[in-house]
Ligand binder design. Sequence first.
Ligand code: ZN
Length: 213
Amino acid sequence: MTAIRHHIPDDLLMGYAAGALPQAFDLVVATHVSLSDDARARLAGFEEVGGAVLSELEECEIGEDSLEQTLAKIAGMAPTPKMKPSNGVFPKPLREIVGGDEDAVKWKSLGMGAKQAVLCSEDGVTARLLYIPAGQAMPQHGHNGMEMTLVLKGAFRDEDGVYARGDIEVANQEVDHQPVAEPGEDCICLIATDAKLRFQGLLPRIAQPFIGI
Ligand code: ZN
């Protein structure tokens, strides 16, 4: 397992545990969790707390068949599946959405060798795969909302450091950055956004409506 240096913040893990995240962010967190022992351990903690809160709530409303209902609920609970490390580039949650590994992605060219594939998009919340050739820079940009980037292959560097497989970067309105793929290996990232990006350069601004970022 890779040593992960950039971890997911607690509030996002809690949102995931509570099932409160939109599908696109849910996918990124699930994929990150399957790569990170640290995230998995913290998530288990939040799920335990969530379960305790739930059982306290249930104690308050004692109906005639509440014991039976609770027992039925417990019987229906599936044990947390042990996640096996997969051999491919894509962890299981992502492979299920893509329908395979890296070679099953239906890429669309963004020019200069960069490619993207939109995986899901609902109410302006979008998950996409981004492919950046080794050594190539993405356009400098700011954010109108939240952008969650998980590295699956290769690595990229921005103003905040180097991000490699399993690392997650959460950017918001205050972050302005220019991700550059590290030399040596092409970089593949899974990215979720809930708002359009803000580009400084004219060319990416012109291309924005066509590529939907
Ligand atoms: Zn960004």
